[in-house]
Design a protein around this ligand. Structure first.
Ligand SMILES: [Zn+2]
Length: 349
């Protein structure tokens, strides 16, 4: 099969468009012919590598993908299992790989799996013509649904949905602030906040990205490039009450986020684009009764829930540009340097 892989960690120059053996589906797995893959910042981090990252080289990037089921290895499948997906079906992939057997997977909390993997991180991913995955990782798409939209939605919407709905319990009438106007998870969070009936405040630093946030339904825009302490602007915008929930996937902004919350408020986090280590003032946490709530990816059931809303058009991924698979390096550069507005996808011929 054709793929863009890397044989050693490094910059975009290590990506190579080449031939690689097509994977063989194990019992209970489907072979999917991919038509589209979507990029995430994680792809570049995996390509660069980090101390302790263990993966079998050559490695193939990519958590998100959509395509057509070519065949199913049905041996060992119990009757009824995986019956929702057949050869010829169009599918989008759920990259959250639980083992299916541990106490958490059996309790339908597969994103807490004891042997958890993320497709494209420690397992070869979707920058390829084919991928083989357990049937439970596949969501069946309507035949006319665009593969690029589906692949662009999968990871970011499941992540934002699990964090805001299942972990954060965001309710209609609440005010939710989102730190950062760009990025796939933040765009998804704005839409999910509006879908849930919340008032959405977006804190950003680039006029174009704030404009995009507004077009997605954000009610209040705060341009942090024009002020020293944006938490004060959030405070004033809520009649000196503070917001109920703040979505902070930057990390280094936690001190300001804790200030911007009302008493009893919740800080939701699924990442740390500003780096993993920073200081917070613990007095804000106990004296204001705050909760800091972490989350990663989603469960299989949450994935189905949020993809149903994407298919119904109630949540729409913001699309940037599409590159051919062989130009994955240029696509990653565009993403890494923040030149995109929305999701970048790869077209797989
Ligand atoms: Zn498990």
């Amino acid at each position: 099969m054709k793929t863009t892989l890397f044989r050693q960690h490094g910059g975009p120059e290590v990506l190579e468009y080449t031939d690689f053996p097509t994977p063989e589906p194990e019992p209970g797995e489907a072979l999917v012919r991919l038509k589209a893959a979507a990029l995430n910042r994680m792809d570049v981090m995996v390509r660069n590598g980090w101390p302790g990252l263990k993966l079998e080289l050559p490695h193939i990037n990519g958590a998100d993908g959509a395509g057509e089921v070519i065949s199913i290895n049905a041996s060992l499948l119990r009757s009824g299992e995986g019956s929702g997906v057949r050869a010829g079906d169009h599918v989008v992939i759920n990259a959250n790989l639980g083992c299916g057997e541990c106490e958490f997977c059996l309790n339908r909390q597969d994103n807490l799996c004891r042997n958890w993997h993320l497709l494209g991180e420690t397992v070869r991913g979707t920058y390829a013509e084919y991928v083989a995955l357990p049937l439970r990782q596949l969501y069946k798409l309507p035949a006319d649904f665009d593969f690029h939209h589906a692949s662009a939605a999968a990871l970011v919407y499941q992540t934002a949905w699990h964090s805001m709905v299942k972990r954060g319990g965001v309710k209609a009438g609440e005010t939710v602030a989102i730190v950062g106007a760009g990025g796939g998870v933040n765009s998804a969070s704005i839409q999910i906040g509006k879908y849930l009936g919340a008032r959405v405040v977006v804190i950003g630093s680039k006029a174009e990205k704030l404009k995009l946030a507004e077009s997605l339904g954000a009610d209040i825009l705060i341009d942090r490039s024009k002020m020293e302490d944006w938490s004060r602007a959030v405070y004033l915008a809520t009649d000196k009450r503070g917001v109920d929930v703040i979505v902070d996937n930057v990390g280094t902004t936690f001190p300001l986020s804790l200030r911007a919350l009302r008493k009893g408020g919740r800080l939701l986090t699924v990442g740390n684009s500003g780096g993993p280590k920073f200081e917070i003032d613990n007095r804000f946490v106990f004296a204001k009764h705050l909760s800091i709530i972490g989350s990663t990816m989603s469960t299989l059931a949450d994935f189905d829930e949020v993809m149903d809303l994407v298919i119904a058009g109630k949540l729409r991924p913001v699309m940037d540009r599409t590159f051919p698979l062989k130009e994955a390096a240029a696509a990653q550069e565009r993403l890494w340097h923040g030149e995109n507005f929305g999701k970048i996808t790869l077209d797989i011929p």
